[in-house]
Design a protein around this ligand. Sequence first.
Ligand code: CDP
Length: 226
Amino acid sequence: MKLPQVIAVDGPSASGKGTLSRRVAQVLNYTYVDSGAMYRTLAWYCMRKGMRLEKPMSLDDERAIARQLRSWKAEMKIVDGQAWLHVDDYFPAKEIRTDAVEKAVPIVAQIGKVRDWMVAEQRECAARGPVVMEGRDIGTEVFPLAPVKFFLEADTIERQKRIEGRGGSTDGAWRDSMDINRKQGALIPALDAIRINNTGQTPEETYAILMTHIRERLSLSESLPA
Ligand code: CDP
């Protein structure tokens, strides 16, 4: 059977999307796409240009950000099975994980034109070959017809502990509430998503659950590596 193109993995911050999506992609030999990194890269780029990325945003502020999308030299590049948005041939891996970007990214991600641009890039990326794509709106907006969709969740306290465990200092709850409450591409589970609350589970346990669903949905053989 021909493998379908997209496995969508959505959920709030620290719900385990990254680790699990990466591993699933590796095992299936799909390209891994971290859609959040794309929004982070735009936030970093605008900050570097000295643009204002704070609430409240005026229409002019939003337009100025959207205008960057027409002039920046950005391109998705696949490196070792992972697709990253490069700007001027550079992927700002470290820079997009700073506290400042962390605060700015949901503000940038609220802008309709920004979301349209990102969604188009994400679709183009999947047109090149099969992907495991993680984010907030992958199963709802980007690939509503994806054959396998997960929505990962974990209790707020556990997620906050995971963020602290990784050395993160910012409040994930603030970012999540911005993501849930925006008009376009809001953080909500797709109606046909498999919802998994992984509070108290090890990554290994959650991974086993995901793979069981993937085998079932894609009719893959049991011999697929664990
Ligand atoms: O790693 P974590 O799940 O905490 O965040 P991320 O995936 O790096 O995403 C950072 C931010 O990008 C999110 O809080 C959203 O504001 C935005 N984002 C989005 O709007 N849509 C997506 N598909 C992915 C991320």
